[in-house]
Ligand binder design. Sequence first.
Ligand SMILES: [Zn+2]
Length: 311
Amino acid sequence: MIRQRTIAKPVSMTGIGLHSGAKVEVEFRPAPANTGLIYTRTDLEPNVTMKCSADCVRDTQLCTALVNENGVRISTVEHLTAALSALGIDNLFINVNAPEMPVLDGSAHPFIYLFTTTGVTELPAPKSFIRVKRKVRVENEGKWAELNPSNSGFDVDLQIDFDHPAMDKDKQHFAMPFTGENFVRQVSRARTFCFMRDVEFMHAHNLALGGSLENAVVLDDRGVLNPEGLRYEDEFVKHKLLDAIGDLYMAGRSILGSFKAYKTGHDLNNRLLRALLSDPENYELIEFSEEYSEQKGSIEFVDSKKSIAAF
Ligand SMILES: [Zn+2]
């Protein structure tokens, strides 16, 4: 049986909020089977709780935000959800004292590190997957993203197209079979990126006040401004893939299918997930109650007993 997972014990972290620049504290607590990913804004009185789902993803300008029917939001959740998808964690309480998650280093790796050192626990219930049954595609102004049926688990393939001296044309495409280990090794450390002119514009308008070289790759017209350079030669496309993986995990369930996208972003990723879930003919929910099914594919998540040192 492929089981649901949560974390072994409560754990907290602090960091800076990308939008506010203020300190943010977040506490993660283990949750029982079939709970899902539950966010709580502990700074509001009374506290406001939201369940992570495709339908509550709203404003997607800078990041992926969860917004409830009363307009209460939690921003910058996509790097966390990407990490959770690789670790196979589908049940978790996330208590945050701000309208945004901490941005940390702009990648998913600090979450991977935190949860693998805390420990990941299997729960006595089968994990439920969303298996794609027919092609779903969304497009917008030459950009597109699609999901197709596949019997080999979750394959991901993404292409960007930037004309910039720091972005080699042959480093703008990346594809891999999604496994927890592939994600941790090849994608999880890719940081978000932006252009200096955009940073100046945003700061002038009181936006992205927490954004800095500590949590983003920043480019000017000629190259990368971060003194340490890039973490991967193809860090840009890998971060876009990290975002897409996080965006597609907003429903709290892993997808079995083949994801392919060209110049996609948060908005298109979310539209793809909603399009998939909008018609019951597009997918089925499946569990591997007994054993692995070769016909339907599966995903190997990070071994719950593996420590981060093993990577
Ligand atoms: Zn991102």
